[in-house]
Design a protein around this ligand. Sequence first.
Ligand code: FES
Length: 157
Amino acid sequence: MLVEEKTSLAEEIESLVKAHGNNRSALLPILHKIQKKHRYISDYAQQEIARHLKIHPVEVHSVISFYAFLNSKPKGRNIVRICRTISCKMKGKVAIEKAIERELGIKIGETTKDNKFTVEYANCLGLCDVAPAMSINDQVYTSLTPEKAIHLLTQVK
Ligand code: FES
């Protein structure tokens, strides 16, 4: 991270702390704002937030790890989540996963080089009766086949 980037991030965090206060309850709202703007919360941002709130950086990191919508690493512009729970597993999730990995040239948990996609696992998406399911950003797709899953990926800008 460049010095200028660090300075502007530090200023941003300082103004968020001014707006939300510097006690522990400010942690989640501050993380939310940083995540929203930068799409992840860098190690440097975590240290700065911890310093302002007078908590250990490990605590900040564990909150980020707990919530799926907070990331400590940069992610792709589109998040694909493949359901790995039992109904989807029994209905062919592995074939879908393999097809997606092959199509994008990455493994689950990784981001494509062009930052277009990050692929992750999800737990039950609540649509077991029409398994297998996956989501692309906020949209959930069901009754997938490997072909349908790949077709959906090609529709994403
Ligand atoms: S197990 Fe996949 S949607 Fe429920």
